[in-house]
Ligand binder design. Structure first.
Ligand code: KIV
Ligand code: ZN
Length: 540
């Protein structure tokens, strides 16, 4: 039997980004989109253009700059959404407009407050409008998992007759069970003949509220779905979406059963996963399938013994197949910039895609501290910068930090901070812990500019490379009078990484104060806000 292709439709930058602790800048989204193209996904859903000027700009920038992949934008079944979406995706090699509308009884009655006939008319009109502006239109029956089956058939038929060539069946609330979800796909093929007549692709989009998103998506594939919507590391609304890496590796490993394949370059999975963790500030749990740090670690003696004798006793895939390499020792502080550049090229970073001067300066600092720089460290240097990668001048620069703490001492921090590039200001503070003392010392300096009462809402620390000299990444969520902020910092020293993250927050607050603006606190969302600011003040 000939294997059929499953289209991988990646929605990390839309459904995934909706759930990230802070919204991403255009530059950050572009970096992820370029890596997704490298991974060879078929479609990138780059955003929801009408939702904000920043989202529009991200989608149109990605459509202009990322080639070899379809670029899609999301729109409600509303003319202004569709027009904005079609405009944003237009520069793409393969543009697509994706319209969604709730179709379950709950959505129709409680959210839309419309009759079924009105919903069908909206579908017909919106898909027709979109088809006038874009050749490739996808329609999603939001909450299809809880939609009445007879009505779902009418919805699918209406959207196809109006010109949709992909019909997406989302389990929006992650409620269905695999057999049940698969049977919806089977039923649609049996009852809506126009699907096959017009070669329409049935797609699925499963959320993970009951931990079923991968199982539901694969069961749908077994019943004929030929597009899966998914996200890297499974990020997305609430419990997230089906994880791209799980879908792709299951299709690859179990093609005997599913009789399908994808075009994904699986050796790029790990790098993509790490990039998304870093940029979105969303770590993955150690036991996460495929990309967790324990996914290829064998702990029990019996397992280790088995693997030593024959890897396939306990390994169903090789670490190399997802791009995990042996950590090779190669670079030290004596390595020249050419050596670093060559190693970066081996790791897939083409010259010109990173700032060599700044990478090399950070490389030297790190090499002085660590001695040996491993591939992981190098990747971390390229993929992480303290903060969010936005190119604003920082008002405050931490020039010196000295912390003493330990048993029987009062933790004390001394800092020197340059303010607006002028001479350093010193401060000293004591507290219960080293980081608290550091924050208190920094606070003494920034209080003079009216920045005070910064509350730490969340603090997380993760090692992003391995071993005793691992690089630490600290992420802080904080709130102040100016709003809610996420800051991050990276260093081999955890107090220094924490101080960097705190300085990142402080500089964001200073920026808001300068522009006399406030980030809405309500649900932590500040979509497009930086984009708006940049437009308003002409900052590049
Ligand atoms: O979960 C959902 O239903 C969605 C749609 C917009 C496809 O994200
Ligand atoms: Zn969704």
């Amino acid at each position: 039997m000939k294997k059929e292709k499953v289209i991988i439709f990646d929605t990390t930058l839309r459904d995934g980004e909706q759930a990230a602790p802070s919204s991403l800048s255009v530059e950050q989204k572009l970096r992820i989109a370029k890596q997704l193209a490298h991974l060879k996904v078929d479609f990138i859903e780059a955003g929801f253009p009408i939702s904000s000027p920043g989202d529009f700009e991200s989608v149109s920038t990605i459509a202009r700059e990322v080639k070899g992949v379809g670029i899609c934008g999301l729109a409600r079944a509303v003319e202004k959404d569709i027009v904005a979406c079609a405009k944003a995706v237009k520069p793409a090699e393969r543009p697509r407009v994706h319209i969604f509308l709730g179709t379950s009884g709950i959505h129709i009655e409680k959210k839309l407050r419309k009759s079924e006939d009105q919903v069908l008319s909206l579908i017909r009109d919106s898909v027709k409008t979109a088809r006038k502006l874009c050749n490739d239109v996808e329609f999603s029956a939001e909450d299809a998992g809880r939609t009445d089956k007879d009505f779902l058939c009418k919805v699918v038929e209406t959207a196809i007759k109006a010109g949709a060539s992909t019909i997406n069946i989302p389990d929006t609330v992650g409620y269905t069970l695999p057999e049940q979800f698969g049977s919806i796909i089977k039923m649609l093929f049996e009852r809506v003949s126009i699907i096959n007549d017009k070669n329409v692709v049935l797609s699925v989009h499963c959320h993970n509220d009951l931990g079923m998103s991968t199982a539901n998506s694969l069961t749908a594939v077994a019943h004929g779905a030929r597009q899966v919507e998914c996200t890297v590391n499974g990020i997305g609304e609430r419990a997230g979406n089906a994880a791209l890496e799980e879908i792709v590796m299951a299709i690859k490993l179990r093609s005997d059963f599913l009789k399908t394949y994808t075009d994904i370059n699986t050796r790029e999975i790990m790098r993509t996963s790490k990039l998304v963790r870093e940029i979105c500030n969303m770590p993955v749990q150690p036991n996460k399938a495929i990309v967790g740090s324990n996914a290829f670690a064998h702990s029990s003696g019996i397992h280790q013994d088995g693997v030593l004798k024959a890897k396939n006793t306990y390994e169903i895939m090789t670490p190399q197949s997802i791009g995990l390499k042996d950590n090779r020792m190669n670079l030290t502080s004596r390595s020249g910039s050419n050596m670093v550049k060559t190693r970066l090229a081996d790791l897939g970073y083409a010259e010109g895609t990173y700032d060599m001067e700044s990478i090399y300066a950070r490389f030297k600092m790190l090499a002085d501290k660590k001695g040996t720089i491993y591939d992981d460290d190098l990747v971390a240097l390229v993929e992480t910068r303290d903060g969010d990668g936005e190119d604003f001048e920082d008002k405050y620069v931490l020039r010196y930090l000295n912390v003493s703490s330990g048993v029987g001492t009062v933790p004390t921090a001394a800092v020197r901070i340059a303010v607006d590039g002028k001479s350093d200001k010193p401060a000293v503070a004591c507290a219960y812990g080293a980081f608290e003392a550091t924050m208190k010392a920094i606070d003494k300096i920034i209080a003079k500019d009216g920045i005070d009462k910064i509350e730490i809402d969340d603090f997380s620390l993760a090692s992003i490379t391995e071993g005793r000299k691992a690089l630490a990444k600290v992420t802080i969520r904080a709130s102040a009078a100016e709003g809610s902020f996420v800051g991050s910092g990276v260093d081999i020293d955890i107090v220094q990484a924490s101080a960097n993250a705190y300085m990142n927050v402080v500089n964001k607050i200073a920026r808001m104060k300068k522009f006399n603006r406030r980030v809405p606190l309500a649900d932590g969302r500040k979509k497009s806000y930086i984009g708006e600011l940049m437009d308003k003040f002409g900052v590049d």
